[in-house]
Design a protein around this ligand. Structure first.
Ligand code: IMP
Length: 196
């Protein structure tokens, strides 16, 4: 069965297709199936936003659609930027601008615990829905380190690896990342759904 992966973010598309293809799930991008849907992320939780996107793409493409919503939740910032991670600091900033702003907001802050969270939602044309979540605990580094990944990866330090996400290989990252964990939980639910 072919699924549409409801994301325009090339970093996420690459990570998610790599993980899902290991489980025999064939994925296409919205562009591959000729749909362009811009969904406003009006939800207050990652799960709500993921389902909004999955349902919109499923309705437009007439195929099962998988969407994720994720973000970085920093304890010293009361869980922010959270669902606003992609928009942190406003439209004008790129990834580097956003993580630099985060480091500046954390200057002098000794409580540096944070986690990445990811919700995956899948909507089927018959109205069925599946959801899964994953998270990864870490701390906010004092300076960016590493060249890999995307987004806040250079400033998200994983104590068990003594590296930032940006210093891990794609395989290492997906083994412990919020998205990798959410996808693994999602694949388990998908297998059960298929059997039923
Ligand atoms: P979304 O596209 O609304 O899910 O936006 C999530 C935002 O959170 C991204 O644009 C990144 O800024 C950040 N983010 C989510 N997952 C990761 C990750 O694995 N590494 C780094 N940043 C991430």
């Amino acid at each position: 069965m072919k699924f549409v992966l409801a994301t325009h973010n090339p970093g996420k598309l690459k990570e998610m297709s790599a993980i899902l293809s290991r489980f025999g799930v064939e994925v296409a991008s919205p562009a591959d199936v000729g749909v362009t849907v811009d969904v406003e992320e009006t939800g207050t939780t990652f799960a709500e936003n993921a389902m909004l996107k999955a349902k919109a793409i499923c309705a437009a493409a007439g195929l099962p659609a998988i969407a994720d919503d994720s973000g970085l939740c920093v304890d010293a910032l009361n869980g922010g930027p959270g669902v606003y991670s992609a928009r942190y600091g406003g439209e004008g900033l790129d990834d580097r601008g956003r993580y630099t702003l985060l480091l500046n907001s954390m200057r002098g802050q000794t409580t540096r615990s944070a986690h990445f969270a990811c919700a995956i939602a899948c909507a089927f044309p018959n109205g069925d829905e599946l959801t899964a979540e994953g998270r990864c605990e870490g701390t906010i580094a004092f300076a960016p380190m590493g060249e890999g990944g995307f987004g806040y990866d250079p400033v998200f330090f994983v104590p068990e690896k003594a590296k930032t996400f940006a210093q891990l290989t794609a395989e290492e990252k997906s083994e412990l990342s919020h998205r990798g964990r959410a996808l693994a939980a999602f694949v388990e639910k998908l297998e059960t759904y298929w059997k039923q």
